[in-house]
Design a protein. Structure first.
Ligand SMILES: Nc1ncnc2c1ncn2[C@@H]1O[C@H](COP(=O)(O)OP(=O)(O)O)[C@@H](O)[C@H]1O
Ligand SMILES: N[C@@H](CC(=O)OP(=O)(O)O)C(=O)O
Length: 473
């Protein structure tokens, strides 16, 4: 396949909130370069308010609307998100004309969505129409608001600084045409001259298959990778707040981490599994198949090439990153379990029913423990249902964390052994530890309150000088 000369570049929510700091470093507004397509996420925290908090599960507009919590709860939540979107735009826009225009845009979108939801509720009060049947579309409508807003504001800001930027709204707002994702993208980009226009594209794209339904949170990377693949980009670039580093700089200190520099898609998938979202797994697949190299950069350090992700194999056993995830341990203990089938299947069915993701699991003769990534209220529902199904069993839920050491090839590093030793020396109790046969990661389950400490201990152990030297050798 012949690739174009352009790049497709994504800006994540955290960096979007600092947009005004990116004008020169990233957009080179004093001497703009074109042949770049930008795909933007909503400003940081906005999608959490529109839908639900990604980590805590705290209800946003969608969750209030779907669960019909209190009478006016979703209205209040929508006004709250409008307020936050307003603050985000006032933070980046200086010019009064831009501010006024952005306020009008925001009001039109928010009030449009509000009327639509009120009409839907009214329609569904008749009984022939079920609100539950429209939840998917409602979720899509709400998510699109975040990216439409951020892309609009970005375009305004760039135009004010002399860049020929163009707002590309793929969110399907007031558009009654039915399109699959590819058609939506092609339609949005069809008349743009990339050599003289900087396209600022919404990370949300409305399509018949449903971007949220298929990919859920982190969807803007899917739009980004599809655009890169369809336009045959030279390179796909994700701009982040930090370099992709050996651990979260906020946890172990920016001065203690090192940039990955080069890694492969296998590692990127493990990071996604641990909630790190180096890149959405589906996005990685699209880029890999289209043979487009992916680069993850620090948006604020434009001259640094960042980290290249490709299919390269590791040459030596090297630990590349320590990352972790807060989980709940759901334990089912039943004395009579030995020799009886069905306990595991019943638990899995309930986890599926309540849409709970399993990160890890351990079993013995009479106990099954699932380590899951889900908000506590949903885990409690499984605990309750399991208790009802097996009245003589003991079911309990504990707050844990899984800390994982990840690398393209960990062979020869004795990660489990050394990790357990280091954690013991630091006084951390390890609840369980395991490694799969493919040696790309080793996981340690610890109590939730030992999460931060465990990350630091394992980072010190595996990212030390000796490891650096081994890598250089
Ligand atoms: N290994 C890591 N390297 C870099 N950042 C990390 C790492 N692990 C966690 N993070 C955290 O991820 C956060 C989100 O970063 P970023 O990807 O820019 O956000 P967004 O999802 O909004 O694009 C950062 O603030 C950083 O603290
Ligand atoms: N804003 C959306 C889409 C996204 O990809 O965001 P981010 O790039 O900030 O992870 C979300 O939170 O799911």
């Amino acid at each position: 396949m012949t690739h174009g000369t352009h790049t497709v570049e994504k800006i994540g929510g955290t960096s979007m909130s600092r947009l005004s700091e990116l004008l020169e470093p990233l957009f080179h507004v004093s001497d703009p370069k074109y042949d770049r397509i930008f795909v933007v996420s909503a400003f940081g925290g906005i999608t959490d308010l529109l839908l639900e908090h990604k980590k805590t599960g705290e209800a946003g507009v969608f969750a209030h609307f779907a669960d019909e919590t209190e009478e006016h709860a979703w209205h209040t939540a929508l006004s709250k998100v409008e307020q936050s979107m307003r603050e985000a735009q006032e933070n980046v826009l200086d010019h009064p004309a831009d501010r006024a225009e952005a306020r009008d845009f925001l009001r039109e979108r928010i009030e449009g969505a509000r009327s639509c939801l009120i009409d839907l509720q009214r329609l569904c009060s008749y009984g022939h129409f079920r609100l539950s049947e429209h939840m998917g579309k409602t979720r899509e409508l709400l998510s699109g608001l975040g990216e439409a807003h951020s892309a609009f504001v970005t375009t305004q800001l760039l135009r004010r600084h002399g860049v020929n930027a163009r707002f590309v709204d793929l969110s399907g707002w007031r558009d009654d045409r039915e399109m699959i994702l590819q058609e939506r993208i092609e339609d949005g980009l069809s008349d743009i001259d990339f050599s003289s226009e900087l396209a600022i594209v919404t990370g949300y794209a409305q399509c018949t298959e449903g971007l949220m339904a298929e990919f859920d949170r982190g969807y803007s990377e899917v739009t980004f990778s599809q655009i890169a693949a369809l336009t045959k980009a030279r390179e796909a670039i994700i701009h982040k707040e930090f370099h992709l580093s050996s651990a979260d700089p906020k946890m172990v200190g920016a001065e203690n981490v090192r940039k990955l520099g080069h890694t492969n898609y296998d590692v990127a998938d493990q990071l996604a599994n641990m909630g790190m979202e180096a890149i959405h797994p589906t996005a990685a697949k699209a880029l890999r198949q289209a043979e487009i190299p992916l680069r993850v950069t620090n948006a604020f350090e434009p001259t640094d090439p960042g980290t290249l992700i490709d299919e390269a194999e590791a040459e030596a056993g090297v630990a590349e990153m320590v990352t972790g995830l807060e989980t709940y341990a759901l334990e089912l203990f039943e004395q009579d379990m030995v020799g009886v089938k069905g306990y595991d299947a019943a638990t899995l069915e309930l986890l599926k029913k309540h849409d709970i993701r399993i990160v890890s699991k351990a079993t013995n003769a009479n106990t099954i423990t699932h380590y899951v990534d889900a908000p506590l209220n949903r885990v409690r529902k499984v605990e309750y249902d399991l208790g009802k199904k097996y009245p003589s069993a003991h079911v309990n839920v504990r707050a844990t964390a899984i800390v994982s050491v990840i690398g393209r090839d960990l062979r020869g590093l004795h990660v489990l052994e050394r990790g357990l030793g280091a954690l013991r020396e630091a006084g951390v109790d390890v609840i369980s530890a395991h490694q799969t046969t493919r040696t790309v990661d080793a996981q340690f389950v610890v109590r939730r309150d030992a999460f931060d400490q465990s990350i630091k201990v394992l980072h010190d152990t595996f990212m030390d000088k000796a490891n650096e030297d081994q890598k250089a050798a």
